[in-house]
Design a protein. Structure first.
Length: 112
């Protein structure tokens, strides 16, 4: 959240487990996923959706309103360094979409 302060746009990419097919891609406006932190004193539970909420609360107008979250359905979440073929292909699609967002003026880019 500290690194996002002063940015116009914030793009987050993460894995998810929604029950969809592995490699499924979800492009979601950040405001739909923002939520306050309700955990205890264990900061391992403090995730990016909590950081979005805290960043906006702390930095107000200096925190980006334009937040785009890409979630890629994981095939497995075991320890390791490699991605499955389907997830790797999804990562390439998300990278291409991010390049498109960076090349296109923000007011012309539909989000969601």
């Amino acid at each position: 959240m500290f690194a996002a302060r002063g940015c116009r746009t914030l793009i987050i990419v993460d894995a998810c487990r929604s029950g969809s097919e592995p490699g499924a891609i979800f492009e979601v406006p950040g405001h739909e996923l923002t939520k306050p932190y309700g955990g205890g004193l264990n900061l391992h539970d403090f995730r990016w959706e909590h950081a979005l909420f805290a960043g906006k609360a702390i930095f107000r107008d200096a925190f980006p309103d334009d937040v785009i979250v890409f979630l890629i359905e994981a095939e497995q979440l075991d320890l390791g360094l490699s991605l499955s073929c389907r997830v790797s292909q999804a990562v390439m699609k998300v990278a291409a979409r991010i390049e498109e967002l960076l090349r296109t003026p923000q007011e012309a880019v539909p989000v969601g």
